[in-house]
Design a protein around this ligand. Structure first.
Ligand code: C5P
Length: 236
C-alpha cells in the first residue's frame, strides 16, 4: 500500500492534457499515482506535469533518460524541480551517469526541502530480444544482462529497477532491497494484446514487485475508477 491506496501507477498513455487531467482527477485517491511517458510529455510538456503535481498527484515521470552525465543530471534536476515522485534512467548509461542522476536528485530536492524522487533504472527494454542485444554488441544472455545492470543500479545507489513480470522473481531474490516497478499487468481473463509476459496484479505483488504500472486495463475501461478499484480489491 502507498498511503492507504494500492501501489499502482496508472500509465496515462493519452495524447492530450485534457484527457490526461480528466482521467487523473477521476483516479485521484484510488491509485498510488500516475505515470507520464514520452508520448504525453512530448505533446504537452512540463506544464502538464507541474499542474498534475499541484493537483495532488504522485507523478512517475517515465522518460528513461540516457545521455552524457551532465545532461542527465540536468534533466533529473529539472524533473525534481517539477516535483515528480519517481523517474527512470537507463542503467546502460553507466555508473558515472547513474551517480550523476542520483546526486542531482538529492541536491535539487535538498534545495527545495523535499524528499528526493526515486530514481529507477531501466535494465533492458522488454521489447528487446537476445538477437537485438547481439545486434548492438551485447553477447551475454538477456537474464545475465538484466541482472548485471540491476547490480550496477544498486551499486551506484539508485532506488530500484523496472522489471517485467518475467524477471521479477529472480531479481527480487537477488536484490531484496531494491524497489521493483513492474508493468505488463493483466488479469487472467483479459483479452490478449501486445503484452505477452503478463501477470495479474496480485501475482506480481506476491512475486516481489513494489509498484505496478497499469495502463490500458484502467485507461481504456468504460469506468476507469471502477477498473482501478477492482484491481485494488483483487490484491487485497
Ligand atoms: O497499457 P499497459 O498496461 O500495457 O501499459 C503499460 C505501461 O508500461 C506503458 O506505459 C508501457 O510503455 C510501460 N512499459 C511496459 N513495459 C516495459 C516498460 C514500460 O509496458 N518494459
Amino acid at each position: 500500500m502507498l498511503d492507504g491506496v494500492p501501489p499502482i501507477f496508472v500509465a496515462l498513455d493519452v495524447d492530450s492534457a485534457l484527457r490526461a487531467t480528466e482521467l487523473a482527477a477521476r483516479l485521484l485517491g484510488h491509485v498510488g499515482g500516475i505515470k507520464i511517458g514520452s508520448t504525453l510529455f512530448t505533446a504537452e510538456g512540463p506544464s502538464l506535469v507541474r499542474r498534475l503535481v499541484e493537483e495532488g498527484h504522485r507523478v512517475f515521470l517515465d522518460l528513461k533518460f540516457h545521455d552524457i552525465p551532465h545532461q542527465v543530471a540536468g534533466a533529473v534536476a529539472s524533473a525534481t524541480t517539477l516535483g515528480v515522485w519517481m523517474m527512470t534512467v537507463h542503467a546502460s548509461g553507466g555508473s558515472e551517469m547513474l551517480t550523476a542522476a542520483r546526486r542531482a536528485a538529492a541536491e535539487t530536492a535538498a534545495k527545495r526541502n523535499a524528499p528526493p524522487p526515486l530514481i529507477i533504472a531501466v535494465t533492458a527494454l522488454t521489447s528487446l530480444s537476445e538477437e537485438t542485444l547481439a545486434e548492438i554488441g551485447v553477447n551475454r544472455s538477456m537474464e545475465r544482462h538484466v541482472a548485471e545492470l540491476a547490480a550496477l543500479a544498486e551499486k551506484t545507489g539508485l532506488d530500484g529497477v523496472v522489471a517485467s513480470p518475467w524477471e521479477l522473481r529472480t531479481l527480487r531474490q537477488r536484490f531484496p532491497n531494491l524497489t521493483i516497478v513492474t508493468p505488463g499487468i493483466r488479469d487472467a481473463s483479459a483479452p490478449p494484446d501486445d503484452q505477452s509476459r503478463t501477470m495479474s496484479a496480485r501475482e506480481a505483488l506476491a512475486a516481489g514487485a513494489t509498484y505496478l504500472v497499469v495502463g490500458r486495463p484502467i485507461v481504456a475501461a468504460s469506468d476507469p475508477r471502477g477498473a482501478a478499484e477492482a484491481i485494488a480489491r483483487s490484491c487485497a
